[in-house]
Write a new protein. Structure first.
Length: 249
């Protein structure tokens, strides 16, 4: 009975900790957007700063508590070489946007700030949703741990409506983000390594940010649907892979 109570207390604390961190992060992002665009008037300037400081703080705290490995921040060396091949489809999926071209009408400073911000988002969102939240739930129910954070992550993209995205594209982005997150969750579950998920997430963000501005709604839909289908099939493939793809050392 005491062990059960302790496990329940640990579960509640981890869930609370995860939720608080997620809320803090998104508040910081909102404030960064306001400061960058309206006060400093250099887009992504504060965002880039936040996306540097936030990961550093998280990594420092986890390192001090010796929890880096627990939350999946492991060297890729812990994956056997043949199992690194499972990472290739994720990279291909994250590069789908490149098939529609690249439009860069920014200064070198803006390109740098955007790249830093998008790389940071990949790290921050993965460690928050795949790391903290998924790990907290996994101790209770692995299936729910894979599904719930992915659904929450997808739903959050509804906020794209406030930045001018139309309802069709926003709906597709919500669906794609959900299945992309599901793919990352399944990969993380199989490998206990979140680094590949961070890399793919960051690449997807960057390639999406530099899509041509004049890309028609039809082509945008094709891109989203392609990534949805690819993510679904690869998630299913990982699910059907019975073994855990991590090397025991």
């Amino acid at each position: 009975m005491i062990n059960l109570i302790n496990k329940n207390n640990k579960f509640i604390k981890e869930i609370q900790y995860s939720i608080v961190l997620i809320i803090i992060y998104f508040i910081l992002v909102i404030l960064a957007n306001i400061l960058s665009d309206r006060i400093i008037k250099i887009p992504n300037s504060i965002n880039a700063l936040v996306e540097i400081i936030f990961p550093i703080i998280v990594i420092t705290l986890l390192k001090r508590k010796k929890l880096l490995s627990y939350y999946g921040i492991n060297s890729l060396k812990k994956l056997e070489f043949k199992n690194l091949l499972y990472f290739i489809p994720m990279i291909i999926i994250s590069l789908v946007n490149l098939g529609f071209g690249i439009y860069i009408n920014y200064s070198c400073l803006q390109i740098l700030l955007i790249s830093i911000a998008m790389l940071g988002v990949g790290f921050s969102e993965e460690i928050l949703f795949r790391g903290f939240l998924m790990k907290a739930i996994m101790n209770k129910n692995p299936k729910v741990a894979i599904l719930l954070p992915s659904i929450i992550f997808g739903i959050i993209h509804i906020t794209n409506l406030f930045s001018g995205s139309n309802i069709v594209m926003t709906t597709l982005q919500v669906i794609y983000a959900t299945f992309f997150a599901l793919m990352c969750s399944m990969f993380f579950y199989k490998t206990n390594n979140i680094i590949p998920c961070m890399i793919c997430h960051s690449i997807t963000n960057i390639t999406y940010t530099f899509l041509p501005n004049n890309l028609s709604i039809e082509y945008q839909c094709i891109g989203c649907i392609s990534m949805i289908i690819s993510s679904v099939f690869y998630t299913w493939y990982l699910y059907k892979t019975k073994k855990i793809l991590v090397k025991i050392v």
